[in-house]
Design a protein around this ligand. Structure first.
Ligand code: MG
Length: 292
């Protein structure tokens, strides 16, 4: 069923970057070009159930119990995970999971840990050092470009790569902190939970008990914010190394300047070289060819 057609009577002006926005009596639905759909408002479940295969009763149960449980999770020992580099043409995808105790929540806030997107690069590196000094248990994985491109051409979406990275770092942290106990796991949500579950199921894995998916989780969970700093710091270091290795100051993001740099690299080193330093399937590769 075409979602936009379905909500036709409720469409309103769509925000920047969105395919459409609809306002029903109970919910606001925003669909993005990335394929993400955001359900908000008084009763978003009334709409979510139309697009997932769960029935209303189970969704209602999940949401209400989650909201209460979630507050408890965020203020007690918990695990959080986040990733970095997924929007950057050059460089790997990094993911981290972090375990924080109740006492560390205050300490980390004191340190100035917050959403890594709000912190300057040099501060990110300093903060990540301090996190390591505090001996906060964490796990970090780096999906390098060669492996990324292999997985991508074998049919993995970036979403699936992210899901598996999150799953593995969370596994590692659970293993490291065995016996310490935690109130729950918070994943910075990048796809609908049932899609995440499907990705894991396709690799014979399943979501851990007490897992909560939360959009903008780094604003609510200090574990996720800490994970975002560790993942970003690792991405920055990897970018420095790749820059040194390639002899180019590799740019972050996926802007037009990136396209020009890609063209220069293709001219001097050939298209194949990008395999080692870039996410080839991004449209930037094609765009760069126009500069050649
Ligand atoms: Mg995130």
């Amino acid at each position: 069923m075409d979602m936009k057609k379905y909500y036709d009577p409720f469409l309103e002006k769509s925000p920047q970057g969105a395919l459409f926005r609809a306002r029903t009596p109970h919910a606001i639905i925003t669909a993005y070009k990335s394929g993400k759909v955001l359900f908000q408002g008084a009763n978003p479940n009334s709409e979510i159930i139309k697009w997932t295969n769960q029935n209303e009763e189970s969704i209602e149960k999940i949401t209400t119990s989650k909201n209460m449980a979630l507050d408890r999770v965020l203020t007690n020992a918990h695990i959080g995970s986040d990733e970095s580099g997924t929007g950057d043409y050059f460089g790997p995808v990094t993911a981290a999971a972090v375990y924080v105790t109740k006492a560390q929540i205050a300490e980390l806030k004191e340190l100035g840990i917050q959403d890594s997107k709000m912190i300057k690069d040099d501060v990110i590196l300093k903060l990540s050092k301090k996190i390591v000094e505090m001996k906060i248990p964490y796990s970090l994985l780096v999906l390098n470009n060669e492996k990324y491109n292999q997985l991508q051409s074998s049919g993995w979406s970036q979403g699936k790569m992210k899901a598996m990275l999150h799953h593995h770092v969370i596994n590692n942290v659970i293993e490291k902190t065995k016996g310490n106990g935690y109130e729950g796991i918070v994943i910075d949500q990048f796809c609908l939970p049932h899609v995440y579950k499907r990705y894991l199921a396709s690799e014979n894995e399943s979501v851990h008990l007490k897992t909560h998916f939360m959009t903008k989780a780094e604003h609510h969970s200090i574990a996720v914010a800490t994970a975002s700093v560790i993942a970003r710091a690792s991405f920055l270091k990897e970018m420095d190394e790749l820059s040194e290795l390639s002899g180019y100051k590799l740019l972050k993001g996926a802007s037009k300047k990136v396209d020009q740099l890609i063209a220069e690299i293709i001219r001097n080193k050939g298209l194949d070289y990008l395999e080692k330093i870039a996410k080839l399937h991004f449209v930037n590769t094609e765009k760069a060819e126009k500069f050649l």
